[in-house]
Design a protein around this ligand. Structure first.
Ligand SMILES: *[C@@H]1O[C@H](CO)[C@@H](O)[C@H](O)[C@H]1NC(C)=O
Ligand SMILES: *[C@@H]1O[C@H](CO)[C@@H](O)[C@H](O)[C@H]1NC(C)=O
Length: 362
């Protein structure tokens, strides 16, 4: 059973015998097949959100039957899930621990133009929980406002005139993660030069006054706002990498030694290609390939078309003039990949047609 690394050999031989430009071309072609314009070079390996790990493991286990073009966890169409990191900053004139204003910025240019945005969900996760009523602070709550910034402003600043209230909400205790659907807003951020980010304002306030807009200068409470992390979960669909297809049956590779057309084992190890610094998982995968003869008479097992059956017939009479049909993949299945993009965002992406399940003579 041949279990060797064709891609590795390909790269090796390219480096040894052909120009480095050629190797770069091959890498570029492979990256573009993965829907990437360049090789990501993450600077910092953020931890992988546990939900993404769960989704990846589930996709891996149910590779055969899951629909790679929907994301059931979010109930939307899509084959790419990104955890886009916040690149905003604290707004400088924070005067009280009971009040905070923070600039949020999510770089939506990581989405390619062809991608259709299905969902953008803001997740605000607090570093610790806060139940103001149990802290002896009496009848306290929090008011939370999200503002859309409508004009370019200096980093860390966003004065009243440059922001519009997007939503206002009261929160009675801070616990876990707060989520907001920002799909329409995030769609507008995709236009070049249209993304000035948001301002998140949080203030602890007496119960009953929660909807008062945050103003850090009028301070009435000592309940400190815990630190938080904001992430934009973005689900999108690349329609070019998502074609409707029939359900796949369980696949297996027969191990009978023979030289007739059949799938052969080929394991692609991303480490061998030097991609382990941006691909988080899997470390490699069984891509397989088709190889073998399509001899006359073409048996049913070889999944030949009528044309291929006739071609083998002609080939048997005239082997020099007409070649045998080719042994090619006739059934492929998808894989999922978890990786870092150039902005250090963690991305879960489903790719169709990555694994050869069956071969045929065509
Ligand atoms: C999010 O908002 C968009 C646009 O307003 C809407 O179409 C979609 O159904 C919402 N999704 C969820 C999960 O609430
Ligand atoms: C031809 O297809 C059948 C099922 O459709 C499959 O079991 C068989 O392995 C295929 N033949 C080859 C050479 O892949």
């Amino acid at each position: 059973m041949a279990s060797f690394n064709l891609l590795f050999l390909l790269f090796l031989s390219t480096f040894e015998f052909v120009s480095a430009e050629n190797a770069q071309l091959q890498e570029r072609l492979f990256l573009s097949a993965l829907g990437l314009s360049s090789r990501p070079r993450p600077s910092n390996h953020a931890s992988v959100p546990s939900l993404l790990w769960k989704m990846f493991k589930k996709a891996e286990m149910k590779r055969e039957e899951s629909d790679p073009c929907t994301v059931p966890e979010y109930g939307v169409k899509g084959n790419i899930v990104r955890y886009v990191l916040d690149q905003g900053s604290m707004i400088s004139d924070r005067s009280s621990p009971a009040c905070m204003e923070r600039r949020l910025f999510f770089d939506m240019s990581v989405l390619e133009d062809v991608e259709q945005l299905s969902l953008a969900q803001l997740e605000i996760k607090f570093k610790h929980n806060l139940f103001p009523t149990t802290q002896g602070a009496g009848s306290q709550a929090f008011s939370m406002q999200l503002y859309r910034v409508v004009r370019p402003t200096l980093k860390g600043m966003a004065h009243e005139s440059s922001r519009r209230l997007f939503l206002s909400q009261s929160v009675h205790y801070i616990h876990g993660t707060i989520r907001f659907n920002l799909t329409d807003l995030a769609e507008s951020w995709r236009r070049p030069g249209k993304n000035y980010g948001m301002v998140l304002a949080l203030k602890s306030t007496p119960l009953g006054n929660e909807l008062d807009q945050t103003d850090c200068s009028t301070q009435s409470s000592q309940v400190e706002i815990p630190e938080l992390v904001a992430t934009l979960v973005v689900v999108s669909l690349n329609p070019h990498q998502c074609r409707s297809r029939k359900k796949r049956s369980a696949h297996y590779l027969p191990v009978t030694p023979s030289n007739v057309c059949k799938p052969r084992r080929l394991y692609i190890d991303f480490k061998d290609v030097g991609w382990q610094d941006w691909i988080i998982a899997p470390q490699g995968y069984a891509a397989n390939y088709c190889h073998g003869e399509c001899p006359f008479p073409l048996s049913e097992r070889l999944n030949g078309t009528n044309h291929a059956i006739l071609q083998t017939l002609v080939h048997s009479f005239d082997p020099k003039g007409t070649p045998q049909p080719c042994c090619v993949p006739i059934k492929l299945s998808p894989i999922s990949m978890l990786y870092y993009d150039n902005n250090d965002n963690v991305v879960l992406r489903h790719y169709e047609d990555m694994v050869v399940d069956e071969c045929g003579c065509r």
